[in-house]
Structures are given as structure tokens and as C-alpha cells.
Write a protein that binds this ligand. Structure first.
Ligand code: G3I
Length: 388
């Protein structure tokens, strides 16, 4: 979405020191910690309240949460919330190219495997994010020439999909492929994959993933598709053109992921425009997932009660529109708790007044916020999906 500082070695160092001190080992390796509920259990956010996964499931919607190995390792309460609220986990950073294949042909699955194991032990599905993205890309990939790129791409996708074959509900095959500009009429983003392989890199990636893990639902994942602005209208059109082309060519794409980082600065939301776009996607025979829901609160009031109320209202309006469309079959939040949240780690996204961001459903002391209630209310109000 926007460039992030690459400090993965530091993250590894934190994890490694946590492991060395025994802080992380109980949870992250094994993840059989007594602090977590027993496999399959669904403890409640408040006494008597059903989990978000249960509320969503009643309507035929899969509810998931993104977590990182670092968060889970350092914050046992966060892991406990994720396994009781969600029916699906998404590794938030561990499957990106820079993490999973930092050097040519050297695959590092340990962190993602720990999260996959956490989910498996608690009966949660696993979603893969992401096979191809122009960010979190090692310099050696960006420097690969057109002769070498086909083999580099094949090895990357095959190795990862083979490792998780049969265990992944869905894969974000290509993340953020759209960026309309004056130089290309198709609106595709200029990435090292596009520059070396042309627009066929997208179908090549989908074909490789489908061959290696035929059970996974393969998706394109994208941001800035829902708001009522000329820029986002242009992006919607570019995405529809791309999806049309892929479907016509029988590329095995089955869903569009709409990220859903809610940010007032990005323009107003007209529910009808958003819903029409979802219907246009559905008319191609595709499902729609909301894949990275959170609230970028940089323009919201400093006062916490007012800020949380506005964030909750924004999420409820967004989900009410999206969930009115039966094609929307999944909602994933891009985090669990405000503690160590990604927004504060991103200088372009965090608040300028120095206050901590509050993008997620639980606060930094792991208490449910109005945002959680808004998501729960949206699931309660959603129509039941017809069986697929
Ligand atoms: O873990 C270290 C931490 O120990 C250290 O203190 C900190 C200092 O900067 O860095 C931490 O690592 C960061 C990591 O997030 C923490 O989880 C990396 O630098 C940072 O690059 C990484 O950023 C992630 C980013 O994707 C790039 O991978 C964000 O967490 C993650 O939320 C973000 O997710 C993207 C989706 O993949 C695609 N859509 C947009 C979304 C938000 O930008």
C-alpha cells in the first residue's frame, strides 16, 4: 500500500531473544500454552456473547484475523483473543517474499509454520498472504532479469504452495496489481514482474498456484476500490477490466480481496457505489472477501471515546454496505489489538499528534472496543448467504 521500513532482521532478533529467554517459546513453538483455550473452543468476548466467528458463520461468512509471529510470541492475550474470536488466521508478514525466501532458493517457513500450527491446534483455517507483491521484495528479486524471472517466480510459488498444500483456505496470489497511470492503458502497476514478464505474469502466477495447490481459493487482493472519488473509480474500472480479462482466459481466480483499511482521508463512502462494484465483480462468477479491515485513525479526534465512536461508525457503515451483497463471504481484520499495531510502525499512516493509533477491535490492554461491537452488529444485521 505504501512503502514500509524493512527491519525484518531486527524483528527476528526480537523473536530470537524472546525464544532464548523462554518468553516466546511456550507460545510460538508448540503454542500449546495453557493460557490459550482448548482446541475448538470459542470463549466469549463478554460473558454470554458469541464470538465474531460464530456471529459471522450464522450468516455464511468466514471471519478471520491477521496476526504476526512476533505479536503472538510477545503477547499471549492477543493470541488468546485471535483463537477465540476468529475462524481463520492470516500470517501478517511471514509469507511475504522478503520473509519466506530472503535469498534465492532459501526458504524460511518457521515463523509462518508456527502461526499455521497455532491455527490448526484451535481448529482455525489458514489464509496465505501473499505470493507476489511489489513491497517486501528482496533486492535480488527486483534485480532479476527477464530471462531468469520465469524460473525465479516458478520456484517461489511452487515451493510455498507445495509447503502449505491442502492446508490453505485461500491464497492472495497477487497483491496490489493495480495502479492506474498515464503510461499504461490497462492500469496495471509497474512492478519487477510486469517489467520482466509483461501482463501475463498474473495468469502465470495463478496457474502455478492452482497446479500446486488445487484446493486453495486463489484471489487477487487490492486497496482503494470502494470510495466515491475519481481516483478510486479509475481503480475500480482497471480492476474490473483485469478480472474480466482473467475470467475470459479461464485463469483460476475465484475471489477478489478488498483490503478495507478505512481512512476518512481517502474520500467519502457511497454505499451504492461500493455495492455496485461488488455486484460487478460477482457478475463475473467471483466471490468477494474483505481482507484487511481496520481503521486508520490519523484524522479522527484525539479524545479516545470520540475517536473510538467514530471508528466504530465508519466500520459499521462500511460492513453494512459490503455485507448486504451476498458475494461477500469473508471478513478478515488486519490485526487484533492496538498493542504493537502496524499503523504506528508506518510513518505515513500514524497520527501526527504523537498519540498511539487505535486501528483494531481490541485496545492495547486487550479489552474489546466499540469497533468490536460494530463488527458484531454488522454480522448480526447481515443477510444469510445462500449456500455456495
Ligand atoms: O518486527 C519489527 C520490530 O521488532 C521493530 O521494532 C520494528 C521497527 O520498525 O520493525 C518491525 O518489523 C516490521 C513489521 O511490519 C512488524 O510486524 C517491518 O519493519 C515492517 O516492514 C512490517 O510492515 C508490514 C508491511 O505490510 C510490510 O510487510 C506491516 O506490519 C503489515 O501490516 C503490512 O501489511 C500490508 C499488507 O501486507 C498489504 N496491504 C497493506 C498492509 C498495510 O500496509
Amino acid at each position: 500500500m505504501i512503502p514500509h521500513g524493512r527491519t525484518a532482521p531486527h524483528r527476528r532478533a526480537v523473536l530470537a531473544s524472546g525464544l532464548a529467554s523462554g518468553l516466546v517459546s511456550g507460545l510460538v513453538s508448540g503454542l500449546a500454552c495453557a493460557m490459550l483455550p482448548a482446541a475448538g473452543s470459542r470463549a466469549q468476548a463478554e460473558p454470554g456473547a458469541p464470538s465474531l466467528a460464530a456471529l459471522a458463520a450464522k450468516k455464511g461468512i468466514l471471519f478471520g484475523m491477521a496476526v504476526t509471529a512476533e505479536q503472538v510470541g510477545l503477547m499471549p492475550p492477543l493470541a488468546a483473543i485471535a483463537v477465540r474470536e476468529a475462524a481463520l488466521l492470516v500470517p501478517g508478514v511471514e509469507l511475504k517474499w522478503s520473509e519466506v525466501e530472503p535469498e534465492p532458493g532459501r526458504f524460511a517457513f518457521a515463523d509462518a509454520d508456527r502461526l499455521a500450527e497455532l491455527g490448526r491446534r484451535h481448529g482455525l483455517a489458514l489464509r496465505g498472504h501473499t505470493l507476489l507483491w511489489h513491497e517486501a521484495l528482496p533486492a535480488w528479486v527486483a534485480a532479476t532479469n527477464r530471462d531468469a524471472m520465469p524460473a525465479v517466480l516458478r520456484r517461489h510459488i511452487r515451493e510455498i504452495c507445495r509447503h502449505y498444500a491442502g492446508r490453505v483456505q485461500s491464497w492472495d496470489v497477487v497483491n496490489e496489481a493495480i495502479q492506474p497511470g498515464p503510461d499504461r492503458s490497462d492500469g496495471l502497476r509497474r512492478t519487477p514482474f510486469l517489467e520482466t514478464l509483461g501482463d501475463s505474469y498474473i495468469e502465470r502466477a495463478f496457474d502455478l498456484a492452482a497446479e500446486t495447490d488445487p484446493a486453495a481459493i486463489l484471489t487477487l487482493n487490492e486497496y482503494d476500490l470502494e470510495r466515491d472519488t475519481p481516483w478510486q473509480a479509475q481503480r475500480r474500472q482497471a480492476m474490473l477490466n483485469l478480472l474480466n480479462r482473467l475470467v475470459r482466459r479461464k485463469v483460476p481466480v475465484r475471489a477478489l480481496g478488498i483490503q478495507g483499511h478505512l481512512d476518512a482521508r481517502r474520500g467519502p463512502l457511497d454505499p451504492e457505489i461500493f455495492r455496485r462494484f461488488i455486484r460487478d465483480v460477482a457478475s463475473l462468477g467471483l466471490e468477494v472477501y474483505i481482507t484487511e479491515l481496520d481503521v486508520i485513525d490519523r484524522d479522527l479526534p484525539a479524545d479516545i471515546a470520540r475517536r473510538d465512536a467514530e471508528a466504530a461508525r465508519a466500520a459499521q457503515a462500511y460492513l453494512t454496505a459490503a455485507l448486504a451483497e451476498p458475494a461477500v463471504r469473508m471478513v478478515v481484520t488486519w490485526g487484533v489489538s492496538d498493542a504493537r499495531n502496524w499503523v504506528d510502525g508506518n510513518p505515513d499512516m500514524r497520527r501526527t499528534d504523537g498519540l498511539p493509533s487505535r486501528p483494531h477491535l481490541y485496545d492495547d490492554a486487550f479489552r474489546p472496543k466499540p469497533l468490536r461491537a460494530a463488527v458484531a452488529d454488522a454480522f448480526r444485521a447481515a443477510p444469510v448467504r445462500p449456500a455456495p
